[in-house]
Design a binder for this molecule. Structure first.
Ligand code: C2E
Ligand code: MG
Ligand code: MG
Length: 547
């Protein structure tokens, strides 16, 4: 008997005892009424109370006979009803308690399930994966077998979510899961370990060859497009993999190294990477890196480089683009592509953007005080741009630095406008009202509609460097560059080409009417000191050419 039933039984006993006590009071009252009635009847009948008269009254008075029965009737009735009541109460309480106990078990199960499963796909989450991985490791040690772990990351899932909405994003994830489920063995585990990341734990693999076979099978699943509403979506994945015991002997190491392999696959634009020890030095662990980035921002350890731009109409240096860099103590000189996407995901992008803006305005203020009227373009990521506080923050900064607003350009990408078109437009208007110019960066790589571009208060489009760099070899790219220049001009926008690497490209874009260019042909991004030296040399050369 469990303790709950015991408590219930004893509660019922207490209930019965209390009900019996009420019945005893009933009997006592009935006896008292009988005694009083007998005595009164004796007195009224014979004028005095004696034992003989009481016996006589009891023998002759029919009403007293009924009263005599009353205590017994009360006693019996009381006992009977208390038993019935207590019985009914106990069954009621028992039933309800059982219902409650069932409900509690169901709730406990639900809570445990929710804590270990993903709500969208109902797959095990990272917590349960760790548990299963631990069990698989123990079993593999016992049976001297190998196990494999894959982490599959859907490329550009964020863009899919931003463009088609979360509902479609979730539907895509569910379709991915059904394809994956059809591929693995029953003993294997599929888990969702991130917004766009799935893990497959393979019990028993035949070394690296075995895991490559599985990876190929996964890749095959993504060859067919995914139907989403009226679209057929091409989805690509990157995969990181590890094998036990070769790549680690505990859960943490294996998970971290699989993550590392995935990170390397993404960084090198490879389809998959199997962990190897050299990755440890090459790709720092994401979490450590973000912690270090936070400190680098706080301790002012980032660097801001400037890439000059030339106005093709006047042949003058018209401005610079500010590009952030990080001199990491262990990993060396790091380019923004290695840490900006992560900073964007972890919320570090805001302090980073504030740092870049301050540094850029500080440099621009110095140039302007030396009569170098250069514009400065700053890249603003979607999260920073769509922060409703941005315009106020800029007002504050503009009051701190003496740089006229019209020399400041904010470069935003098409992704920013797709994420929240209404808010993007409102913020753009507020900034342009202040005099700040807006440039649409990496133009041609996003999905924004031309009709939309017409409505934007932008002042400039920047043709993505991928088109410019290859335009001499690829007719397609050349057509795209020419079309963007024409489109920009038709919309009264300044057109900037980035990624210009040789004089021939300069000649081509100049002929096509491009307004401004930047690229390695002119200069790589350089620090402030180098830039000032470069600028002085450039001016000297120009002077010499004129003479
Ligand atoms: P972006 O804004 O398109 O910047 C231009 C990129 O093209 C820079 O790469 C620049 O070094 C590179 N580039 C310029 N000319 C040439 C060329 O002739 N050939 C080649 N191959 N590349 C050239 P970088 O500095 O690595 O920056 C990459 C991206 O990181 C930038 O692309 C920008 O989107 C982002 N980024 C840079 N700094 C910041 C920042 O402060 N904040 C934010 N949110 N993003 C930044
Ligand atoms: Mg840019
Ligand atoms: Mg660009």
């Amino acid at each position: 008997m469990d303790s709950l039933t015991k408590t219930l039984r004893s509660n019922v006993k207490i209930l019965k005892a209390r009900a019996s006590r009420s019945a005893i009071y009933g009997v006592a009252i009935a006896v008292a009424a009988l005694v009083a009635a007998t005595l009164l009847s004796c007195y009224f009948h014979y004028g005095e109370i004696s034992l003989g008269n009481i016996l006589k009254v009891q023998k002759t008075n029919v009403t007293l006979w009924f009263l005599n029965l009353m205590p017994f009737v009360f006693a019996f009735w009381g006992q009977y009803t208390t038993h019935v009541m207590a019985f009914e109460a106990s069954t009621l309480v028992m039933d309800q308690t059982e219902d409650l106990a069932n409900l509690t078990v169901a709730l406990e199960y639900k809570v445990a399930h929710e804590a270990t499963h993903d709500a969208v796909t109902d797959l095990p989450n990272r917590i349960l994966l760790r548990d299963r991985l631990e069990q698989s490791l123990q079993a593999a040690i016992r049976h001297k077998t190998m196990i494999g772990l894959l982490i599959i990351d859907i490329d550009n899932f964020k863009d899919i979510n931003d463009t088609l909405g979360h509902f479609s994003g979730d539907r895509l994830l569910k379709q991915v899961v059904s394809r994956l489920k059809g591929m693995v063995r029953k003993s294997d585990t599929i888990a969702r370990v991130g917004p766009d990341e799935f893990a497959i734990l393979l019990n028993m693999v035949e070394g690296a060859d075995g895991i490559i076979l599985v990876i190929e099978k996964v890749q095959k699943l993504f060859l067919k497009p995914f139907p989403l509403e009226t679209l057929k979506l091409e989805v690509q994945v990157s995969i990181g993999a590890t094998i036990f015991p070769e790549h680690g002997s505990d859960v943490d190491t294996i998970l971290q190294r699989t993550d590392l392999a995935l990170y390397a696959a993404k960084k090198d634009s490879k389809k998959y990477t199997i962990y190897s020890p050299d990755l440890d030095n090459r790709s720092p662990h994401r979490l450590t890196l973000m912690g270090e980035l936070r400190q680098a921002i706080e301790k002012n350890e980032l660097l801001l480089h400037f890439q000059p731009q030339i106005d093709l109409n006047t042949n003058e240096i018209s401005g610079v683009e500010a590009l952030v860099r990080w001199q990491h103590p262990k990993h060396g000189f790091m380019l923004p592509d290695e840490f900006i996407p992560m900073a964007e995901r972890t919320g570090l992008i805001k302090p980073l953007s504030v740092w870049v803006l301050n540094e850029a305005l500080c440099a621009a203020e110095k140039w302007h005080s030396q009569n170098l009227k250069l514009s400065i373009a700053v890249n603003i990521s979607p999260t920073t741009f769509l922060d409703a506080e941005l315009p106020n923050m800029i007002i504050g900064m503009l009051s701190l630095y003496e740089v006229p607003a019209e020399y400041i350009i904010f470069e935003i990408t098409e992704g920013t406008m797709i994420k929240d078109p209404a808010l993007a437009l409102e913020i753009m208007k507020r900034l342009t009202d202040m005099g700040i110019r807006i440039s649409i960066d990496d133009f041609g790589t996003g999905y924004s509609s031309l009709a939309y571009l017409k409505k934007l208060p932008a002042t400039e489009v920047k043709i993505d460097r991928s088109f410019v760099m290859d335009m001499l070899n690829s007719e397609n790219d050349a057509v795209i560059v020419r079309s963007i220049i024409d489109l920009g001009h038709n919309l009264s926008l300044n057109v900037v080409a980035e990624g210009v690497e040789n004089q021939e490209t300069v000649n081509r874009i100049k002929k096509q009417g491009c307004d401004v260019f930047q690229g390695y042909h002119l200069s790589k991004p350089i620090n402030n000191e180098e830039f000032l030296t470069w600028l002085a040399r450039q001016k000297e050369e120009q002077k010499r050419d004129q003479e």
